[in-house]
Design a protein around this ligand. Structure first.
Ligand code: GCU
Length: 427
């Protein structure tokens, strides 16, 4: 009997815990708490910002500094050695439609070394091609079923026993639905991709990846204000950009930075820091990306910091269950990309990423585009219906469906790039 009672009590408390956890996820608009967004156009010392010069010299730097020290973490400014090594080059890939090039970037500092492997496709007949640049999750070979794509920069037979294991888990082309390669190439764009784990393996461990190459003597992990993984992945994109600036296949003035989900957060943060990315696209980036933290809809700051303690700077954990103490919100991250075109894409069933919160960010950030006389999303507009894209300097769409990247998304991104490259007449 005693045992029965304790089992019953135990199960009841598990049930309660579960219920508590579930009820703490906001999935209905009526449950969103009242909140006030911090003002984009009022500086820390209460100065009203009315011109783009004031934005660039006063408000923008203070916001960037806060995101750096308190949210994503400081990236090292020190340069380390980067060597480029061409692994493969073929002018007749994708049934003769594209050039394929694979390049290793090798970083080294003292006795430490890591490398990242780029896969580059550019359309045949385009001299210097505009490109979409984006990280992939599972390896370059998963983005397209092309037997010549190296696996972690290696030929299959160089992988030895690991080959079967890797290909079983991540088959060639297994993620191709997320990369509309044929469409991208046919539209005159190239694609540059790299596995994000090359720069920093996505686990709560700061002994591997790029971080140790920058540690001071005896340091084992970043300080509270130093870079977490999102900053490390962003840093990796800057280094790819360094390479693209000297890669003759690519038009370095037309590099469109793209990222999905955690890599959408990364794209926004990288784009905010480096204006060599001429367009920035975040797809379903959610919490810590485009979604407004104060809405607490879907994933909250405390959820993301608990489940992924390595993504942000340690300082960001101070805001768990305390979003209102933040002097920033994520619309300001989107605003940091101005005046370059930025695109925020959501999906209607992706409530964990808070589509409406992502839309609000895009809309609020548009105030900064106004300072440049560029048309963003009208301040009086509401979340558009599904599959009704807005292609202004700030772009947005709510795709019907789940957390994913689909052909529909790529159609919008390609069209958005086409509009802006011809509008700005970028040469
Ligand atoms: C998790 C995480 C999200 C993230 C997503 C992804 O769902 O909670 O913040 O965007 O993974 O990267 O796929």
């Amino acid at each position: 009997m005693r045992i029965f009672v304790s089992v019953l009590i135990f199960s009841l408390s598990i049930f309660q815990l579960n219920a508590q956890f579930k009820s703490s996820i906001i999935t209905r608009e009526s449950e969103v708490p009242k909140y006030q967004l911090p003002e984009l156009l009022i500086s820390e010392n209460e100065q009203k910002i009315t011109t783009k010069e004031q934005w660039e010299t006063i408000r923008r730097p203070e916001l960037l500094e806060f995101f750096t020290n308190q949210v994503y973490g400081i990236m090292p400014s020190k340069k380390i050695e980067a060597k480029y090594q061409t692994l493969e080059f073929q002018t007749n890939s994708l049934k003769g439609k594209a050039t394929r090039k694979q390049v290793n970037i090798i970083f080294s500092n003292d006795d430490k070394k890591i490398s990242m492997s780029l896969l580059i496709y550019t359309p045949i007949g385009v001299k210097k091609s505009p490109v979409f640049l984006g990280y992939n999750f599972n390896g370059n070979h998963t983005v397209n079923n092309d037997p010549e794509i190296l696996i972690n920069g290696k030929q299959e037979d160089e992988l030895g026993e690991k080959k079967i294991m890797i290909l079983k888990r991540d088959a060639r082309g297994s993620r191709s639905s997320r990369w509309a390669i044929d469409k991208i190439i046919e539209s005159g764009y190239g694609l540059v991709t790299v596995n994000y784990n090359d720069i920093d393996p996505d686990k709560n461990d700061f002994s591997d990846g790029i971080h140790p190459l920058f540690y001071s003597k005896g340091q084992l992990k970043p300080e509270s204000d130093q870079w977490g993984s999102i900053s490390a992945w962003a840093w990796g994109m800057f280094r790819v950009m360094d390479y693209l600036e000297i890669e003759s296949l690519v038009d370095e003035k037309k590099v469109i930075l793209f990222g999905h989900s955690r890599l959408g957060k990364t794209a926004l943060w990288a784009g905010a820091n480096d204006n060599r990315f001429s367009i920035v696209i975040s797809n379903n980036s959610g919490c810590g990306g485009a979604a407004i933290s104060r809405r607490r809809f879907g994933e909250k700051v405390s959820d993301i910091n608990k489940n992924f303690p390595h993504w942000f700077a340690k300082n960001f954990h101070n805001y768990n269950e305390n979003e209102s103490a933040l002097p920033i919100d994520q619309h300001m991250l989107v605003a940091l990309i101005a005046p370059r075109p930025v695109y925020v894409a959501s999906a209607s069933e992706d409530s964990w990423a808070d589509p409406k919160g992502e839309f609000i960010s895009a809309k609020e950030a548009s105030i900064i585009y106004d300072l440049y006389n560029l048309k963003g999303i009208n301040s009086s507009s509401f979340l558009p219906p599904v599959n009704t894209p807005i292609h202004r300097n700030v772009g947005y769409h709510l795709r019907e469906g789940d957390h994913d990247v689909t052909e529909y998304d790529w159609n919008q991104f390609i069209e958005f790039a086409r509009i802006y490259f011809s509008l700005y007449n970028i040469k």
